[in-house]
Each structure stands twice: as structure tokens, then as C-alpha cells.
Design a protein around this ligand. Structure first.
Ligand SMILES: [Mg+2]
Length: 192
């Protein structure tokens, strides 16, 4: 498979955008607690911060996006711009795939913050897909940090790189702990 024309399906939160770092700051405000009381190592449900149900998660998430501009203000994960630009220059088609519309009634906010963030950070992309069923977008290689997404994509035989963080330590290789490792894995896969 040549690199030229290869479609790279790239998740945003936890892969390009440092969702958990920004969410921790916002959660400290939400709970009116010291940020140091919120552990850095979290699982996908944020139960370590005292989020005990999907409804509580939704409340925090709604506050974070609509009142604190979560999707506009998350820091970029180092290397995302540099290595995505490099892959794009080498002919890879970057297809951003995100499930950021999973909470109803603020889609305009979520989409506009996302586009502002991508422009502000100079992240290159051809396609921007807001969807849950990531396998439907037909990428050749996927990068995701959610254990469920990685498992579902791999179960369908799709080459999926797990971008490492505290939510996915149990997920098997191929894994990348940095964007330079993603870059190498994409090359290895294209050459194999
Ligand atoms: Mg993610």
C-alpha cells in the first residue's frame, strides 16, 4: 500500500487534542475543588474524579463545551501538527473522525469550536467526519485512544493504532505513545 493516497482516520480527543488535561481544569471549577485533588490517571468514564453516571458525565461535558469552550481551548498534543503535516506532504489524506456530537442540542457550538481549533493549530485535513461508527468512513489506517473504538475497528480487520494514555493501558499493540511513533507505524504499515 503506497503512502500516496492512503487515508488516515484520525480521532481528535486524546489523540490530537489534549482533552483530559483541559477537562481536568474545568472539572476542578465544576466541583470547586483543588485541581491536585483530581488524579491525572483517569479511565474513560472519569469515575476517578467522582463522575458516577452517564448523566453526571453529560452535565460536566455540557458545562465544559458550552461554558468553557472545551473544544476550542484544549491544548494540542505535541507532534500532532508536525507529523500530520509531514504525512500530508507525503501524500496521505487526513480524515478527522470525531464523536463530539454525542450530546444533543449544542452541535453548532461543538462543530464551530472544532473547526476553530483545527485552524488555530494548523492541523491539516481533507475531511472532517462527526460520527460514532468510525469504520463507516473507510479509512486505511485509524488512530484512536478509546478502548472501545480500537476494539471495534480491529474486530473488523482495520489497522488501528492505539494512541496511549491512562484510559487504554490494557490495549494491545500496535500502540504509539507519541506522534513520532504514529508516523513510523504509518510508514511501516504502508511498506508492509
Ligand atoms: Mg478519543
Amino acid at each position: 500500500m503506497p503512502l500516496n493516497g492512503l487515508i488516515l482516520g484520525v480521532d481528535l480527543d486524546g489523540v490530537c487534542a489534549d482533552f483530559y488535561t483541559r477537562m481536568r481544569e474545568i472539572a476542578a471549577e465544576w466541583f470547586e475543588c483543588d485541581i491536585d485533588d483530581l488524579p491525572l490517571d483517569v479511565s474513560y468514564s472519569l469515575e476517578e474524579w467522582g463522575i458516577n453516571s452517564p448523566e453526571e458525565y453529560e452535565s460536566l461535558h455540557r458545562f465544559a463545551v458550552t461554558r468553557r469552550d472545551l473544544f476550542r481551548t484544549s491544548p494540542m498534543i505535541p507532534g500532532a501538527r508536525r507529523y500530520l503535516r509531514q504525512l500530508s506532504d507525503e501524500g496521505v489524506r487526513i480524515r478527522i473522525i470525531t464523536h463530539r456530537l454525542f450530546i444533543h442540542f449544542f452541535h453548532h457550538t461543538a462543530v464551530s469550536q472544532t473547526i476553530d481549533w483545527l485552524d488555530h493549530h494548523g492541523v491539516p485535513y481533507w475531511d472532517l467526519c462527526f460520527m460514532k461508527d468510525k469504520e463507516q468512513v473507510g479509512a486505511d489506517v485509524y488512530i484512536d485512544d478509546s478502548p472501545d473504538n480500537v476494539a471495534r475497528l480491529r474486530a473488523q480487520g482495520l489497522f488501528t493504532i492505539c494512541f496511549g494514555n491512562s484510559t487504554n493501558r490494557h490495549v494491545a499493540a500496535p500502540r504509539a505513545d507519541s506522534w513520532s511513533e504514529v508516523y513510523d507505524l504509518v510508514h511501516q504499515h504502508a511498506e508492509a
